[in-house]
Design a protein around this ligand. Sequence first.
Ligand code: FAD
Ligand code: EPU
Length: 295
Amino acid sequence: MRLPTTGPTATPLARLTTLGVGGSADVVAPSTLSDLTELLARLWREGRAWRALGRGSNVIVADEGVPETVVHTRLLRDLRFEAGGGVVVGAGVATSLLLSETRQRGLGGLECLVGYPATIGGAARMNAGGKWGTISSRVRCVRIVSTDGTVRELSAAECAFGYRSSVLGAGVVAEVVLDLPEVDAAEYREAVDAIYREKAATQPLAERSAGCIFKNPDGESAGRLVDRSDMKGVAIGGAAVSAIHGNFIVNRGGASASDVLRLIDHVRESVTREQGVDLELEVEVWKAGRVPAGV
Ligand code: FAD
Ligand code: EPU
């Protein structure tokens, strides 16, 4: 597989992320597990750092882009069904596709993935979900490629899933094996539709965003704190705090990463000053100098 050169061949990451801001990087998209292992082994030998990218729905890329090679998982799209509810899912499979394919086979248990764009690799890495559960409860094991190119299988316990966290950022997730229950198709469809309706009414799903910017502090909603500080609708350049949900920043068109990052600082400082709560980022900011995986 060809490794790209740096410089003019770099790909604008704004196109590969849901928020749609930020500069460029060298992007490689392996299409098989052996391509992926070969790529990481080669980067390791050459002492080059990398970052993994799925749907780009939880990252904010700085305007300067990043110097590391970006390993894009979009071509890792295997989807295999085993007898008894086991499903082997390539890291780059979109969670929306996974939801529809599993539902067609009478399998459920993925309510936690409804209503947002993601790949299963990114969802596992982030232990994505919310009040309808998290993906960790459906994970049997994860096949991950380590920085030196070796493949390891981690059980769900070894993934050390927590609130929007896991150990999976230490490598590139290649495949996630899920155990899904058989469900009543009509009941499941109704539940999924109801979750979608609730999300669409309370979150800016039709706008460009990176989901919730901050983690919820213990027992509190970051969105409610931002709301109480009267920050909804506050804007810097093309970036604005959503009028619908205080924990979302939306790109109103033409936002730069700098607009978004300055707005995040402004919101955070206001909440700390007025309510004494220090909000922690949930989104990952990609900029040069922040230590990525692969080093
Ligand atoms: P990316 O954004 O591409 O990456 C996220 C992180 O995972 C990065 O650190 C990246 O390096 C790493 N990563 C990605 N792929 C891999 C891989 N194969 N191996 C190792 N590391 C990898 N999240 C929720 O949890 N609950 C919600 O309800 C929710 N709602 C959202 C609503 C909207 C409108 C949007 C835009 C986002 C929302 N999110 C939500 C955030 C986001 O969708 C999730 O965090 C999602 O799991 C990220 O998946 P991704 O494929 O886009 O990952
Ligand atoms: N609220 C406000 N004002 C706001 C936003 C929320 O008052 O601007 C109130 C709501 O009315 C509700 C409470 O805060 O009483 C909680 O709100 P919501 O149900 O929207 O949940 P959340 O805690 O804000 C979390 C996750 C979301 C996930 C939802 C639903 C985090 C940081 N956020 O949001 O995940 O979709 O629950 O399960 O954990 C994400 O991680 O990117 C994300 C969107």
